[in-house]
Design a protein around this ligand. Structure first.
Ligand code: KIV
Length: 274
């Protein structure tokens, strides 16, 4: 299988659902790619689920590029999207283009994702003009959640829903190749999906989106601090890993590890010469 392109992602709309997961390191990105997911997002959720920070606003370009490089080293087929961190695209369009380019040239990503904010259209326009594919992100935008009244479902009344529809249409008009809809009522996400020619990728946005994304640590049960309602836990890895670590500890304490099969030896006659 060849590397999936932005054009192919666009062509999937209406044909079949699009699959996307986050990844932050080489081993997990290898597995996501091996499973045949269409897209991998190096999400700024890195802050919460990997780095132990309490907000996605606390990661910058250095951390994001470090993890993007690890992911892209592993991926052969999926389209890899670098999530632009807080303040890497809010300052001014020139700085935004410079940072977006770094995701492509240093992080080896195929595209970038930007969360909606008041200057989003002009920044998106400049990044696309620079030849970099952009995925939009509307609804709950965690980097500016405080301006949205916290981590809440967005678009719940007619005015707010109309604003989301306008944002989605504007992002399509500017040339985004897909839009993440986060925490949006299913009927509104369905309406946006119907109105657009580009795919919508839902997270907490119901079943009518063109595709779905989850944070991999959430769906694998590898993040215990909180679990949003929209997460389906396909595995609960934390207790399994904890058990293995405790077994290792016990084995070492009882001198049961390493066993002969884990041990290197020297011939008796060689030993005698020492
Ligand atoms: O950072 C992230 O993981 C995201 C997803 C929630 C879409 O932006």
């Amino acid at each position: 299988m060849d590397k999936i392109t932005v054009k192919e992602i666009l062509s999937l709309k209406g044909k079949r659902k699009i699959t996307m997961l986050t990844a932050y390191d080489y081993p997990i990105a290898s597995l996501v790619d091996k499973a045949g997911l269409d897209m991998i997002l190096v999400g700024d959720s890195l802050a919460n689920v990997v780095l132990g920070l309490d907000s996605t606003t606390k990661v910058g370009m250095t951390e994001m590029l470090h993890h993007a490089k690890a992911v892209t080293r592993a991926v052969k087929n999926a389209l890899v999207i670098g999530d632009m961190p807080y303040e890497s695209y809010q300052i001014n369009p020139e700085e935004s283009v410079k940072n977006a380019r770094r995701f492509i040239s240093e992080g080896n990503c195929d595209a970038v994702k930007l969360e909606w904010f008041d200057k989003c259209p002009e920044v998106t326009k400049e990044i696309i003009k620079a030849g970099i594919p952009v995925m939009g992100h509307i609804g709950l935008t965690p980097q500016t959640a405080d301006k949205l009244g916290g981590f809440k479902v967005q678009g719940k009344d007619a005015d707010a829903a109309r604003r989301l529809i306008e944002q989605a249409k504007e992002l399509e008009r500017l040339g985004c190749f897909a839009i993440v809809l986060e925490c949006v009522p299913d009927r509104i996400a369905g309406l946006i999906t119907q109105k657009l020619r580009i795919p919508t990728i839902g997270i907490g946005a119901g079943a009518d989106c063109d595709g779905q994304v989850l944070v991999i640590n959430d769906m694998l049960g590898l993040f215990e601090r909180y679990t949003p309602k929209f997460v389906k836990k396909y595995l609960n890895l934390s207790p399994i890993i904890l058990k293995a670590i405790e077994e290792f500890k016990e084995d070492v304490l009882r001198a049961k590890f390493p066993a002969p099969e884990h041990t290197f030896t020297i011939k008796e006659d060689e030993l005698k010469k020492i």
